[in-house]
Design a protein around this ligand. Sequence first.
Ligand SMILES: [Zn+2]
Length: 95
Amino acid sequence: MTLRRELLGEIRSLDEHELRRLLIFARGLLVSRHGVEVPDRAPKGSVTYRQERVRCGREGCTTCPHGPYWYAYWREGGRLRSRYIGKELMRTSPS
Ligand SMILES: [Zn+2]
C-alpha cells in the first residue's frame, strides 16, 4: 500500500507543530492497533517504561504537550496494556 500523492503533499506543507501532532497521532494509532512500542521479542511478563508527552486536548492550550510522564507497557494475553505512572518513575514517598 502506498500513501496517496496528495496526502504526502499535505504532510510536506505542515509546520513543525502540526508534524509533531501527526507523529503523536500516528504513534497512538500504531500502539492501539499493533502495540509496536513494545518489541515482540520482549520476554513474557516484562514491563517497558517509557516517557511520553501528553496532549490535554483543551482548545487554545499554550503549554501542550504536557509532561513528560512515565508510562508502563506490558503484554497480557497478547494484548498491549499500559498504565500511567506519573512524573517520577520511582516514587520517593511510600505508597
Ligand atoms: Zn495542554
